[in-house]
Design a protein around this ligand. Structure first.
Ligand SMILES: Nc1ncnc2c1ncn2[C@@H]1O[C@H](COP(=O)(O)OP(=O)(O)OP(=O)(O)O)[C@@H](O)[C@H]1O
Ligand SMILES: [Mg+2]
Length: 343
């Protein structure tokens, strides 16, 4: 009951500022997701999966928002929903103020010009039968951008930008003639040629070794700095998120459980799952999908702690721009020591 009272209080507290906006930024958001829900499978049937529950966040122009969370927590589903690829999505997804949910396929194609999805696996995302020039050029052709000479010049410049120099060495090759890191650079070059308003990058560096990873992160940062493009950057890697992202959103069991400025989330994590991620403790039992919000934290000692089992807490702002959804009583003090004692 106390939890329900708290939830009412939370709704009032957010006042005029939209929940989950970054208080450091003014101006309209680039992307605004409100109360996003995604179910797969027929409702009420066995096999139904609630992949995303009541998710709200926004991304400002030029902002990199990191989306982290365990495997299966719904991160890719969020990116696919933003791309308009998930028909069962409900709620609201506004890109530059325009509602995307409910658009026809024709209208969506136009909106997608302002979006780009970079996949985890460069092997999957590049057509093996196409030359690098064709791959990078393809999106420009589909969207009828410029003539052939303009397109070739744009492709060369983009390849040079991502460090594939001289571009003449790469432009006529096929994907199998490149290394994994070079292929991912091609995927990023392709994302950049259309200068999208928003890039959705789904684990784009997880298959790369450390040296390539940092090179690619620098490319993405530079692109953000020069173009003002916003990024939703999905990763399992907190160190990487710390290096790259302005804010971090943490998903757990289809729900956003923490959101805040990167340094605040890393140095002062509030949700038990974020704390466990930071401590690299992996003994976290999977959430039960039929019990909204309920989950268990298992500690190496064998102790099990039930969290949020009876209520489904909403995000509450604990410090400016730092939100957590958790039914623990003491929210204001980071209880790292308590967590350590539990272990
Ligand atoms: N098309 C689909 N049909 C049915 N279930 C799906 C579908 N796509 C995803 N799911 C389920 O939705 C949940 C979230 O999946 P999602 O791919 O979004 O997770 P993720 O956070 O990206 O995981 P990972 O870190 O492993 O990539 C999972 O339980 C998954 O099995
Ligand atoms: Mg995924």
């Amino acid at each position: 009951m106390a939890g329900r009272q708290l939830a009412c209080f939370i709704t009032k507290r957010t006042g005029s500022r939209s929940l989950t906006d970054d208080p450091q930024r003014s101006g309209p958001p680039l992307l605004e997701v409100r109360d996003l829900n995604v179910r797969f499978g027929a409702r009420g049937r066995s096999g139904e999966v609630t992949a995303v529950r009541g998710l709200s966040f926004s991304i400002a122009p030029g902002e990199i928002l990191g989306l982290i969370g365990e495997s299966g927590s719904g991160k890719t589903t969020v990116a696919r929903a933003v791309m308009g690829l998930v028909r069962s999505a409900t709620g609201s997804i506004r890109l530059q103020g325009r509602e995307m949910l409910g658009l026809s396929e024709r209208e969506l194609r136009k909106v997608r010009r302002r979006l780009h999805l970079i996949f985890q696996d460069p092997y999957d995302s590049l057509h093996p039968g196409m030359r690098i020039r064709e791959i990078v050029e393809e999106a420009m052709k589909i969207h009828r951008t410029g003539d052939r000479a303009h397109r070739t010049a744009t492709v060369s410049a983009a390849l040079e930008d991502v460090g594939l120099t001289p571009s003449s060495r790469f432009i006529e090759r096929y994907p199998y003639q490149l290394s994994g890191g070079q292929r991912q650079r091609v995927a990023i070059a392709r994302a950049m040629v259309l200068d999208p308003a928003l890039v959705l990058a789904d684990e784009p560096t997880s298959m790369l070794d450390l040296s390539l990873r940092s090179g690619i992160l620098e490319i993405l940062k530079r692109h953000r700095d020069t173009s003002g493009t916003g990024y939703l950057f999905i990763t399992h890697d907190l160190a990487l998120a710390r290096h790259l992202c302005d804010r971090i959103a943490v998903m757990f069991g289809g729900k956003l459980v923490e959101l805040g400025p990167t340094e605040a989330v890393i140095t002062n994590p509030l949700h038990p799952y974020t704390k466990l991620l930071l401590q690299a403790v992996e003994e976290l039992a999977p959430p039960a999908p039929q019990e909204p919000g309920g989950y268990r934290v298992s500690y190496p000692s064998g102790r099990v702690k039930e969290c949020c089992a009876t209520i489904d807490p909403e995000l509450q702002e604990i410090a400016p721009g730092h939100y957590v959804a958790c039914d623990q009583d003491d929210r204001s003090i980071p209880d790292k020591s308590l967590l350590e004692k539990e272990e």
